[in-house]
Design a protein around this ligand. Structure first.
Ligand SMILES: C[S@@+](CC[C@H](N)C(=O)[O-])C[C@H]1O[C@@H](n2cnc3c(N)ncnc32)[C@H](O)[C@@H]1O
Length: 488
């Protein structure tokens, strides 16, 4: 297996020492230390030397590492050359008599979808990993890190003991793990994250941390304390669950007043996974596709198109068009052949590109089908926000050249029939109340921080009332009774 699929980026000893320094402030005295993916062993050895347990165990899949390690070790450190995914019985056997266990390490940061793209089988059995199913699995929302799986498995199996978990991982992984623990009411003493500079230590552009979970006492808890950094372990703020809602900063939980169910459903833009054929640039000679071919097709199915980067610009960016083959999911596409022969000929010419699409959402669907389309796609007025950018920049999108403007699948949007309604809702979204709520809930370090899930939790009726705009709201969207019928 290759370096990437094994997440084989060894922890430099300076970082292993910093990890141990943080752990030393906890005054731990473990009987046993376990490192599930120990590699060259920097974390295993630094922790063993710092805490002097009765014994330690390092597991590692690559024999070259375990051979080297076994050669240089003292006799109370055991090294096992084995796949972690089948090593749980070994760990259980190793710690049977010992109740005070420290799990440390830096498991691979690779995700399951990166692994399947690499054709790698360095994966646990997917069926054993939460309940990943349906549309979430199809659209890739079930993407998870291998480190997430490894840490969760250890917590599930050993948190009932006097156990401590200290792992280097992505911040998003630590938060996902904590969210799951809160939902399952797992009791623990404390949970903390210490951000690390992953560029400096791993040349990686990802928000990472030391994630520390202390299960030595079992008590009701729904907090995660965020420190400044692993080098400067000073408390910054506390994240956590309040009334079953995740808050990035719990001190701002008063913002919960607008929490509820959005009356307008936020969605992602069109998904097609075929940008070279479906997306066009505008040139002096007309439309050009991703193969730099001039495209001459009927204009009816071609729409102005914005991407995340366009949404953060001040003015409307007229640079892209998109070919839209369906008005709703599963609409048969044969009509194109009769009504739009040039478009059909163009699509037929590029059939292979569509057939190469890997995602299961296109399996057993008609030719040239797309995803995330419906009435909402074609409504003329939209409020959009990039899912990728680290800012709360909501944009009003109005028709361009008499056509509705479409968004790509990295954007979130809601749509309206009238400009007045869209402008009113945009105004509400730009109030301090709404911005404070979103800022209190969004984890800005995430790869895609602005998610439809959080946007869909804004109750606009409550927001309008707080902003003394209830009358205007009801005037535009109807009385509460009408609304209940409309939005039921
Ligand atoms: C990010 S490196 C970290 C290594 C070590 N923990 C450290 O901190 O220096 C991840 C390690 O996990 C090992 N690994 C990957 N998949 C594994 C598996 N299924 N079982 C055991 N080890 C694995 C890799 O070979 C690599 O040494």
């Amino acid at each position: 297996m290759k370096k990437r699929e094994l997440g084989d980026f060894q922890t430099p000893s300076v970082l292993a020492d910093l990890l141990v320094n943080v752990l030393k402030t906890k005054k731990l005295s473990p009987n046993v230390i376990v490192e599930p993916t120990c590699g060259e062993g920097s974390i295993l050895i630094a922790s063993h030397n710092a805490f002097n347990p009765q014994k330690s165990l390092g597991i590692e899949i690559q024999k070259s590492y375990t051979d080297k390690l076994a050669h240089n070790l003292t006799n109370n450190i055991s090294i096992l050359n084995k796949d972690f995914f089948v090593s749980l019985p070994n760990i259980k056997e190793f710690i049977s008599e010992n109740e005070n266990i420290l799990f440390v390490g830096n498991p691979p940061w690779v995700t399951n979808s990166e692994l399947s793209a690499l054709g790698s089988d360095n994966l646990p059995d997917k069926n054993n990993f939460d309940n990943i199913r349906g549309i979430e699995a199809i659209t890739g929302k079930s993407n998870f890190d291998i480190s997430e799986y490894i840490i969760k498995l250890l917590i599930d199996n050993f948190s009932h003991k006097q156990s401590f978990f200290a792992f280097l991982c992505k911040i998003s992984v630590a938060k996902k793990i904590m969210n799951r623990l809160w939902k399952n009411n797992l009791q623990y003493k404390s949970a903390e994250i210490y951000p690390i500079d992953s560029k400096k230590y791993f040349s990686a552009a990802v928000d990472a941390c030391l994630f520390y979970l202390d299960c030595s006492e079992k008590k009701e808890n729904s907090e995660l304390v965020v420190f400044d950094s692993i080098e400067n372990p000073v408390k910054k703020y506390t994240s956590g669950f309040y009334k079953n809602v995740y808050f990035e900063d719990l001190s701002k939980k008063s913002a919960l007043t607008i929490y509820g169910k959005s009356q307008f459903i936020w969605r992602n833009g069109v998904k097609h996974d075929c940008s070279k054929v479906m997306e066009f640039s505008i040139t002096n000679n007309g439309l050009q596709n991703g193969y730099n071919e001039s495209v001459d097709i009927e204009s009816d199915l071609v729409f102005p198109y914005l991407k995340s980067s366009d949404l953060v610009k001040d003015k409307f960016v007229d640079r892209k068009r998109i070919l839209v083959t369906q008005k709703f999911i599963n609409e048969p596409t044969d009509y194109i052949q009769i009504k739009y022969p040039k478009t059909w000929a163009y699509l037929t010419e590029h059939t292979e590109d569509f057939e190469k699409r890997k995602s299961v959402i296109y399996k057993n669907k008609c030719r040239y089908s797309i995803f995330s389309v419906g009435d909402y796609t074609f409504k003329p007025y939209k409020i959009a926000i990039s899912g990728l950018y680290k800012s709360l920049c909501f944009k009003l999108i109005t028709p361009y050249e008499d056509k509705t403007v479409l968004l790509d699948d990295t954007c979130n949007f809601i749509s309206f029939d009238s400009k007045e309604k869209a402008e009113f809702i945009l105004e509400l979204l730009q109030t301090e109340t709404a911005l404070q709520y979103l800022n209190a809930r969004i984890s800005w370090e995430a790869k895609r921080p602005v998610k439809t899930e959080v946007l869909n939790s804004i109750d606009f009726e409550k927001l309008a009332k707080i902003e003394n705009k209830a009358n205007l709201y009801y005037g535009l969207f109807g009385s509460p009774v009408v609304q209940n019928l409309l939005f039921a």
